[in-house]
Design a protein around this ligand. Structure first.
Ligand SMILES: NC(=O)C1=CN([C@@H]2O[C@H](COP(=O)(O)OP(=O)(O)OC[C@H]3O[C@@H](n4cnc5c(N)ncnc54)[C@H](O)[C@@H]3O)[C@@H](O)[C@H]2O)C=CC1
Ligand SMILES: O=C(O)[C@@H]1CCC=N1
Length: 272
């Protein structure tokens, strides 16, 4: 890809994407520019670890870049977009990974004709395993949408979606890994309380999650059938599932997804 990619924001998510892009060699490391608000140590670390170009001169970065990635927190996006509108040109494409930042908001600030793409990746990008949703704005030619797909395919799978689904996707796929980690933490705690050593518990749980994920991916069965296959009548799985049902697991998970979703809606509304 003969493009220069400028990251504005150098946090956890930016690093996960930078790791994937540099590993894939889709562009050379010198074609990845990175800046943040003020943390030079962080920029030094990223440049050492991934060979990317860290820069404090935002204007220079915009001039060199074709693709501008917005990777700051939602609360910092408004000020940054106001700055960007005076520097952006229609040949740029702006790709946001920011939860709740709507295409309408970006287009309104940056002005007519500026191509903007909204995405929702997750931190598994770090190991090339993100599930990234992508929605395009009004001024994005298909060639730029394909470019965004190509870029995010270096860090996992991509799916083009309608922007109205982004709140739900942010909950299940953007935040999703954290919910699975929390489940693993809870299972690990229960196992340790029952006397298993922590290292063994975590090792076995990790492989159990990987195995279950790969079964979902490649067995051709839906999750319900996979669960049924494990659940012997009057067996241990049934006993465990009965406890999840008695403790309203389904309700807790729905509340979790809705809580994350509602927060995404709130973030959007706060920017209006
Ligand atoms: N962490 C995650 O799992 C995911 C995060 N996101 C989104 O990614 C964005 C970043 O999240 P994290 O990396 O977790 O946050 P973070 O707090 O680790 O990093 C934010 C970065 O933005 C920089 N920044 C702030 N204002 C700036 C500006 N004006 N110019 C340049 N850099 C600026 C900060 O210095 C910092 O490097 C958020 O908007 C979040 O909604 C999306 C999907 C998953
Ligand atoms: O918690 C957050 O707001 C971000 C967005 C999705 C995952 N992390």
């Amino acid at each position: 890809m003969d493009k220069t990619i400028a990251f504005f924001g150098a946090g956890n998510l930016a690093e996960a994407i930078i790791a994937g892009i540099t590993r894939s060699n889709i562009v050379s490391n010198e074609q990845v520019l990175v800046t943040n608000r003020s943390d030079n140590t962080r920029l030094d670390l990223l440049s050492e670890k991934y060979g990317v170009q860290c820069n404090r001169n935002k204007e220079e970065m915009i001039q060199e870049a074709n693709i501008i990635i917005l990777a700051m927190k939602p609360k910092d996006a408004g000020n940054y977009l106001n700055w960007l509108k005076d520097h952006i040109k229609p040949h740029h494409v702006v790709i946001s990974v920011i939860a709740g930042l709507s295409i309408e908001q970006m287009e309104k600030t940056l002005g007519e004709g500026i191509p903007v793409i909204r995405t929702m990746p997750n931190t598994s990008a770090l190991i090339g395993q993100s599930a990234t949703a992508i929605s395009k704005g009004s001024y994005v030619p298909l060639s730029q949408l394909y470019l965004a797909e190509e870029l995010f395919q270096t860090v996992g799978i991509t799916k083009i979606v309608d922007e109205r689904d982004m709140h739900t996707i942010t909950a299940i796929a953007g935040s999703g890994p954290a919910f699975f980690y929390y489940m693993v933490e809870s299972m690990e705690k229960a196992a340790v309380e029952a006397g298993l050593d922590q290292e063994t518990a975590l090792e076995l749980l990790t492989q159990t999650v990987i195995g279950a994920g790969k079964m979902l991916e490649s067995s051709g069965e839906n999750p319900e059938q996979l669960r049924i296959n494990i659940t012997s009548p009057s067996g241990t799985t049934e006993a465990g599932l009965n406890q999840l049902i008695a403790n309203k697991f389904d309700k807790a998970v729905k509340a979790c997804v809705n809580g994350a979703r509602e927060r995404s809606i709130e973030i959007t509304n706060a920017q209006k």
